[in-house]
Write a new protein. Structure first.
Length: 255
């Protein structure tokens, strides 16, 4: 079981990439602390893997929730995490020339501030756990995986403020990577293109938007397509780090 040594934290694990990634890692033997605002989807995963799953329900940016995520790794699985995936995030349709709404502050907090809080704690903990060990002395890799978007790699003027948050996330990921990679911590950023998830609905995009996109550039990605790239990156030898990975439908010319 290739992920048997992994103890991980995944936020936004109730659906989409977070849920499917959790299931794949659990099948590979990982032990995970899962977070989302909705409890029932997390309980469903826990029922499938009762000895491998612990859950923390709440806002991914709440300080108490973040502290509980790390505390649960120790109390339920006996060790600090060695894998952290800040997946919780949301978008919305917006243009720079339109008036700012409360939605911008909400997604800025969720997509950037909450992630920064989580990876700050994770990065500091990883460095403490590694100490003076050399890479070949580590029993397992240490990974932080950011779930960004193709608009964090390029730009979308019709999801402008979402694009802003994802570019901020890219900067956060790369500055973190440069800061801690010498100790052997891998930092990976995934930039998915259009995919079948709950993202469109949660972001308030028109109900027929995904159908329009499918007609134009389909077949678009399935959640599992993106998850397969993440588990591939996590499966590599610990001296190999895929730092940035853009995953698009083959017919997608924009963004």
């Amino acid at each position: 079981m290739k992920f048997k040594q992994r103890i991980g934290i995944i936020t936004g694990a109730s659906a989409g990439f977070g849920r499917d990634l959790a299931l794949d890692l659990l099948k590979g033997g990982a032990k995970l602390v899962l977070n989302a605002r909705r409890e029932e989807p997390l309980r469903e995963i826990q029922k499938l893997f009762p000895d491998q799953v612990s859950i923390v329900v709440g806002d991914a940016g709440d300080d108490e929730v973040i502290n509980n995520l790390f505390a649960k790794c120790i109390s339920d699985f006996g060790a600090n995490p060695n894998l952290v995936v800040p997946n919780a995030g949301r978008g919305y349709k917006s243009r720079i020339i339109e008036p700012l709404t409360d939605q911008f502050e909400e997604i800025l907090n969720l997509n950037v501030v909450a992630v920064a809080k989580l990876v700050q704690k994770a990065g500091a903990m990883f460095l403490k756990d590694i100490g003076d060990k050399k890479l070949d002395q580590l029993d397992h890799p240490y990974d932080i995986v950011f779930l960004s978007s193709v608009v964090g790699y390029h730009y979308s003027h019709i999801s402008a403020y979402y694009t802003v948050t994802k570019h901020a996330l890219s900067a956060l990921a790369e500055t973190l990577r440069r800061d801690i990679c010498k100790s052997g911590v891998r930092v990976t950023t995934i930039y998915p293109g259009f995919a079948h998830t709950e993202f469109q609905k949660a972001g308030g995009y028109p109900a027929d938007n995904i159908v329009t996109v499918e007609d134009k550039i389909g077949p678009i990605l399935q959640s599992q397509d993106v998850v397969d790239t993440i588990t591939f990156a996590l499966s590599l030898p610990k001296h190999v780090n895929i730092s940035d990975l853009v995953v698009r439908p083959v017919r997608s010319d924009y963004p």
